[in-house]
Design a protein around this ligand. Structure first.
Ligand code: FAD
Length: 406
């Protein structure tokens, strides 16, 4: 075995889990994690939830305490940006620092917020939400009576809206699509979330394109289709772009994400890619997917650690995702895009608890569960089994979820 270390580029959620899984698998070599942020690997979901709300401290974000890495024989090189990969020499080149040789390389560079290029988008006070530093900057403005305009009604924008509204901030959400969270959930769930936010005092405008921002050095107004909305702060949440440039420049295939096989290997046998930056052939769903989700990042990290250590690999599970807004937990399992039938359990128009199921040819392929943990848990299992289900039983609150198989 080469004496060169295993190098991980990016110190995010996937990298943190990979180090932990390598230790569990008994990996004996040296590991170096090179990340451009000043923090050890941390979890991002709380950035738009409990950490933003000030309900948990910084150290609760960390995937593992800092001391864990030294114990696991892992060196963290933080504040260090990798500028290139030299596949011939099996080395990475960092922007400021040394060249580092690797025996195995794992690219875990994540994704970055899609930036707006509209007029005034570079004014002070137009922000994005991806890092701890972003939250620290945004939090300073979340005071009662302040006016926050959120561009984009995706889950990050809406989670921010929920935290800000609870603090007495006057929140407006502008969404270009005809409904919120259109990329993640079906229209019934979108309509529910629009009602939820309006009940909590948030102003939501769908079908509204932002044209630009105005202000004297600092943002004062958001300009959109015939309206001029006053703002003390603007946060943009209009999707993410995978960080694939290093891979592309190194000659690795990129197709939306870095192309990897079912074991997260790129076409170079000593280079893997995991997390938001990877586009993987998902064995359960028979399609190539790039998922921006913690569950996917963790699954891929575990699978890669097992592959590197030559162990049998854990099976990929049904993809799932969650979002917390106010007192409502949304849990989504599977992918609904190809459904031909929708079944609803509970009443989406009243209260805050129901589930929507998506079927294709009688098989359950996805579910959106709103404050319905049992429905979510059973759906995950049924989706993995590719189970045929009875739509009448599925929609009947009186029938237990374990009875819905045909
Ligand atoms: P990241 O955690 O982004 O880590 C990648 C790291 O690599 C970053 O630190 C980046 O700066 C660094 N990097 C990039 N390029 C270089 C380079 N050239 N050199 C060195 N370092 C580099 N998912 C859920 O499942 N549920 C949720 O509720 C949820 N909420 C979220 C809320 C927010 C606000 C955000 C931003 C994301 C949320 N996600 C959620 C998504 C989830 O956090 C990501 O899917 C997950 O972080 C992916 O992990 P990763 O390791 O691939 O990427």
């Amino acid at each position: 075995m080469s004496a060169d270390p295993l190098v991980i580029i990016g110190a995010g959620q996937a990298a943190g889990q990979l180090v932990a899984s390598l230790a569990q698998e008994g990996f004996a070599g040296d590991v170096i994690v090179v990340g451009d942020e000043p923090h050890p690997p941390y979890q991002r979901p709380p950035l738009s939830k409990k950490f933003l709300a000030g309900e948990i401290e910084l150290d609760r974000l960390y995937v593992k305490p800092e001391a864990f890495y030294a114990k696991a024989g892992t060196r963290l090189m933080l504040d260090t940006r990798v500028a290139g990969i030299d596949r011939q020499a099996r080395a990475i080149v960092s922007e400021a620092g040394p060249t580092l040789r690797y025996s195995t390389l794992v690219i875990a560079t994540g994704s970055r917020p899609r930036a707006l290029t509209l007029p005034g988008a570079d004014l002070e006070g137009v922000m994005y939400l991806r890092t701890i530093a972003d939250v620290e900057a945004i939090r300073r403005y979340l005071e009662p009576g302040r006016r926050l305009v959120i561009v984009g009604g995706g889950y990050i924008g809406l989670e921010l809206a929920a935290v800000a509204a609870k603090r007495g901030v006057l929140v407006t959400v502008l969404e270009q699509a005809p409904r919120v969270m259109a990329r993640g959930v079906g229209s019934i769930v979108s309509a529910f979330y629009e009602r939820l936010h309006r009940e909590e005092g948030v102003m939501i405008a769908t079908g509204t394109a932002v044209l630009g921002f105005e202000g004297n050095g600092r943002v004062e107004h958001v300009i959109c289709d015939g309206a001029r909305i006053a703002a003390d702060l603007v946060v943009v949440g209009v999707g993410a772009i995978p960080n694939t440039e290093l891979a592309r420049e190194a000659g690795l295939a990129v197709d939306n994400g870095i192309v990897v096989d079912a074991q997260c290997r790129t076409q170079d046998p000593v280079i893997h890619a995991i997390g938001d930056c990877a586009s993987q052939l998902h064995p359960l769903l028979d399609q190539r997917l790039r998922l921006e989700s913690v569950h996917s990042a963790l699954d891929q990290a575990r699978m890669t650690a097992a592959a590197i250590c030559g162990r049998p690999q854990p099976l990929l599970q049904t993809p799932w995702f969650w979002s917390d807004q106010y007192d409502v937990k949304l849990q989504m399992a599977g992918l609904s895009a190809t459904h031909d039938k929708v079944v609803v359990r509970g009443d989406p128009d009243r209260g805050r608890s129901f589930a929507v199921f998506y079927l294709r040819q009688g098989v359950l392929i996805a579910a959106d569960a709103v404050n319905r943990a049992p429905e979510f848990m059973m759906s995950k299992q049924l989706i993995a089994e590719r189970a045929q289900v009875d739509p009448a039983k599925l929609g009947d609150e009186q029938v237990a979820m374990k009875e819905v198989r045909l």
